[in-house]
Write a protein that binds this ligand. Sequence first.
Ligand code: NAG
Length: 282
Amino acid sequence: MATPLPPLLSLLTLLLSFSSLFRPSLPSSDSFLYGGCSQTKYPPNSPYESNLDSLLTSLVNSATYSAYNKYTVMGSSPQDVIYGLYQCRGDLAMPDCATCVARSVSQFGVVCPQTSGGAIQLQGCFVKYDNTSFLGVLDKTVVLKKCGPSIGYNVEAMGRRDAVLGSMGGASGPYRVGGSGDVQGVAQCVGDLSMSQCQDCLAEAIGRLKSDCGTAVYGDMFLGKCYARYSTNGAHVYSKSDGPSHGDSEKTFAIIIGLLAGVALLIIFLTFIRKIFGGNGK
Ligand SMILES: *[C@@H]1O[C@H](CO)[C@@H](O)[C@H](O)[C@H]1NC(C)=O
């Protein structure tokens, strides 16, 4: 009897490579929101450049096990010191957080070529580095403001929007979600802020969202260290459970895991059968 194992193992390999094909391309948490860069540039092949490389590597590695982290890379001279951090959105699972941070880190070379400081915000994560310390420093500068088209003066819808924003403002913790009817909201601080700094930042973002976005169907207010967003009527989707593509990728992943489990069971079964028949055949 020909051994059944090699074809099964190559099927397993095939399925595994399929799963790695499906996984990275689907989550919408990787789409780009904004990038900001410092005016000053570092010289190519400088110690600063290699420190930046090791900083970004540390950030990507850390994102496989933590939703937030900060690092300081000490140079041999004071001007080579570099500070950096990342923050994943509160609802992102660990593999998606790592994928998001890796994706934004890979965009620095294009968005901020050789600049001594830079920040990139994707839907699911924020990454920033600089040669002056910004860690633990509250920054309420508006970096991205987007208001959707107006829905006209709809008292009821605006009342729900204000209630959702109000409940997020009154909540505690660095990641806040709210919802009422067709209105959804999300707000988050970067993890280096203290509780009171975070509250201060979110109050500003939420206040600006109300005043600047008026009766818009959705609003995005990103400040230096926090953001608040809302949407009505599915104008925007924020949380990963609402992203249809993400749901699909999780389904695909579940199917692949199921197939893998089936194949593993089959291998165990066939090995068992082979042992029995192999033993009898002697
Ligand atoms: C940051 O880097 C720029 C460009 O190399 C340099 O001009 C500036 O002095 C640096 N700032 C600090 C605090 O080292």
